[in-house]
Design a protein around this ligand. Structure first.
Ligand SMILES: N[C@@H](CCC(=O)N[C@@H](CS)C(=O)NCC(=O)O)C(=O)O
Length: 201
């Protein structure tokens, strides 16, 4: 398998999950401005969507969309408990979180990394983000991880997205459960390994 990624972008979540899985994989960075990979390939010919993450499977198929990639990897190694089994109610709880993180958190950070975003758009996104983060902090207040006591792929995604707050001067200290959660997830060896590989620590 090969993960196409950009350091610190949402692809970090898939990178963390690959590390946590223990499976063999390679990575290749993509310059998202030029759409050229480190090997000099035109990324849009690999992934017509032009964005990361994208996972090239050993079969030659390409899988895109972070939540799908993370669930695919988790399902290759059920003994690692990175995602509950498909027929368990907790699997739907996980999917609920993946959707919430993707649509309510991730995409409300996006205007801050988009030079074309207007200040009105950024202000509206920040207001939504603050409400959603307050909800997330309240939810996590009495929990170790999103699904309770066990780390899951949802945590890889939430950890990745929360890490962007420092780049937009959003102080997560307003919600103490969030920095505590970041510290908890951030010390996992798989998380450390993925962050080191991306040059983030
Ligand atoms: N729906 C996609 C969104 C992926 C996404 O937003 N990727 C960003 C980095 S975090 C990207 O590659 N942006 C570059 C672009 O859209 O050209 C997913 O969940 O995987």
């Amino acid at each position: 398998m090969k993960l196409f990624y950009k350091a610190g972008a949402c692809s970090l979540a898939s990178h963390i999950v690959l590390e946590e899985s223990g499976l063999a994989y390679e990575t290749e960075a993509v310059d998202l401005k030029t759409k050229v990979t480190t090997d000099g390939a035109d990324f849009t010919r690999i992934n017509a969507k032009g964005y990361v993450p994208a996972l090239l499977l050993d079969s030659g198929e390409l899988l895109t969309e972070g939540p799908a990639i993370m669930q695919y990897v988790a399902d290759q190694v059920p003994a690692k408990h990175l995602a509950p089994l498909a027929d368990a109610m907790t699997r739907y709880r996980l999917q609920s979180w993946l959707t919430f993180i993707g649509t309510e958190l991730h995409k409300n950070f996006s205007p801050f990394f988009n030079p074309a975003a207007s200040s009105d758009w950024k202000a509206a996104a920040l207001a939504s983000l603050e409400r959603r983060l307050a909800y997330t902090a309240q939810y996590l207040d009495d929990k170790q991880f999103l699904l309770g006591d066990e780390f899951s792929i949802g945590d890889a995604y939430l950890f990745t997205v929360l890490g962007w707050a420092q780049h937009i001067d959003l102080d997560l200290g307003k919600w103490p459960a969030l920095p505590a959660y970041q510290a908890r997830v951030g010390t996992r060896p798989g998380v450390q390994a993925a962050m080191k590989a991306e040059g983030l620590i």
